[in-house]
Design a protein around this ligand. Structure first.
Ligand code: GLN
Length: 484
């Protein structure tokens, strides 16, 4: 009964209902898979088997939409009394005394919290290589990166080490690893899911969202995650629809825009071909696809790396060795408090975190603030306006998720600029605050997954789901499994 094909939320809920299996079997199945393949994948930074088995006992008494479903959580989301390190040395030993709102919601619906997933340090990266714990490996090809920063979350889902996971997305960190690992990932509209308990990277861009094996699972998980939270002042108080009702196989007459600027230089040939083939199918299914323009696209990467680093430098100021995690021991008794802070931060942060803090502090400093930060905010408004204009005539926008298929470990690590360009298609959705999904749309000749991105209007995740579901159900990319 328990085969890899069944390790999805909607399948397990059916099997539980029919009393064909019980959650304990699923958990044990995952444990034995993890035992076999985790040494090669390294998707988890924390997994407490005993605690999970204990939690199982309580779950039988609960009811809920995710009863008995194991969900893995990215390591920058607070889980009460469990390590939450953002894959950084500076947070080693930190276990928050409270749950993030999304964790409360998962618990309330009977989900089994199934470990913490590896990530780029503080979510800075696109390859999972900046983790203090070392990289995660792509289940489709162990010599490749799984993408980032939610690389552990995506690799664990793709390799069937878990059922679904939570990621966070500031500039593509849910969608790009979902694309590189051949799974589904949604960045919800800014304000749709509470950020309370998410360790902040760039507060005006961050959103938590699901990484799943198919679109239906993504909708089921969003039903639990979405909703107003008074503890997050940016969370928006508008009703949450039942997203599973949007899973209708019908896209006739839908208007889809294809932004010219996303298909110029830098796009890998096989990625381009896969999207073009997807568009043929989408037209066959009755949608109208037309070329559109998002004229400020070329400024998106620069704008993002000013705003995101500025916010990160401010958010990371709190990690000073006093309140959280790591504290230097290398300090003489005569040293003053500034020396103590600076030594702790020097030892506790990795190189990419330091690079971001320095960049962010620079663009905010007197004399440069107007030229960089303020100007970036203005360009951000123009980027948002590009989308508003396009959405007057289109329901959705289709693009590749990532310009390339999974790349080799180490390939971009020493070249931050080329790493930053991995996010060229994903960061605009964060700057504009709009929702966007990545779903599988093909494979390279070498058998590596390719993803396509669908962006929608603010708070219109439903149209994204309807479109994505229709496309998915007319293809079988989402059924392919890495051979591991
Ligand atoms: N890769 C991007 C960055 O390094 C996005 C990261 C994210 O979305 N958290 O900033």
């Amino acid at each position: 009964m328990l085969e890899r094909e069944n390790l999805k939320i909607h399948r397990l809920l059916e099997l539980y209902k029919e009393e064909k299996i019980v959650p304990e079997e699923v958990v044990n199945f995952l444990f034995s898979r993890i035992e076999k393949i985790e040494p090669k994948i390294k998707a988890f930074v924390y997994l407490n088997k005993e605690k999970i088995l204990k939690e199982l006992e309580n779950i039988s008494k609960k009811n809920g939409k995710l009863k008995g479903i194991p969900i893995t959580v990215k390591d920058n989301i607070c889980v009460r009394n469990e390590p939450t390190t953002c894959a950084s040395k500076i947070l080693s030993g930190f276990a928050p005394p409270y749950d993030a709102t999304v964790i409360e919601r998962l618990r309330k619906e009977g989900a089994i919290l199934f470990g913490k997933a590896n990530m780029d340090e503080f979510a800075f990266g696109s390859s999972c290589e900046t983790s203090f714990y070392g990289p995660t490996y792509n289940p489709w090809d162990l010599s490749c990166v799984p993408g980032g920063s939610s690389g552990g979350s995506a690799a664990a889902v793709a390799s069937d080490e878990t059922i679904a996971s939570l990621g966070s997305d500031t500039g593509g960190s849910i969608r790009q690893p979902a694309s590189l690992c051949g799974v589904v990932g949604l960045k919800p509209t800014y304000g749709r899911v509470s950020r309370y308990g998410l360790v902040a990277f760039a507060s005006s861009l961050d959103q938590i969202g699901p990484i799943t094996k198919d679109v239906e699972d993504c909708a089921i998980l969003m039903n639990v995650l979405a909703g107003y939270d008074e503890r997050d002042s940016t969370s928006v108080n508008i009703p949450v629809p039942d997203y599973t009702r949007a899973l209708v196989k019908e896209i006739k007459g839908m208007k889809i825009g294809m932004p010219r600027e996303y298909f110029l230089e830098g796009i890998n040939k096989e990625v381009k071909k896969a999207i073009e083939e997807a568009i043929v199918l989408i037209k066959d299914l009755g949608a109208e696809v037309k070329e559109i323009s998002l004229p400020h696209t070329e400024y998106a990467v620069a704008t993002y790396y000013i705003i995101a680093t500025a916010e990160a430098s401010s958010n990371l100021a709190r990690f000073d060795g006093v309140q959280y995690g790591y504290r230097t021991k290398n300090i003489s008794p005569e040293a003053d408090i500034i020396q103590f802070y600076s030594r702790t931060r020097k030892e506790g942060f990795g190189n990419e975190a330091k690079r971001r803090i320095i960049l962010g502090t620079y663009v905010l400093s007197r004399g440069y603030y107007d030229a960089y930060y303020l100007r970036a905010l203005k360009v951000r408004t123009l980027i948002r306006k590009d989308f508003e204009d396009v959405f007057k005539e289109c329901d959705l926008i289709i693009t590749p998720t990532s310009p390339t298929p999974p790349f080799k470990l180490g390939e971009k690590l020493e070249d931050p600029l080329s790493m930053y360009l991995s996010d060229i298609y994903t960061i605009s959705a964060n700057l504009a605050g709009i929702p966007a999904i990545s779903l599988p749309c093909g494979f390279t000749q070498e058998g590596l997954p390719i993803g396509m991105q669908i962006m929608g209007k603010p708070f219109d995740e439903e149209t994204i789901f309807r479109f994505a579901y229709t496309y998915e159900q007319n293809t079988d990319w989402h059924l392919k499994k890495p051979p591991i």
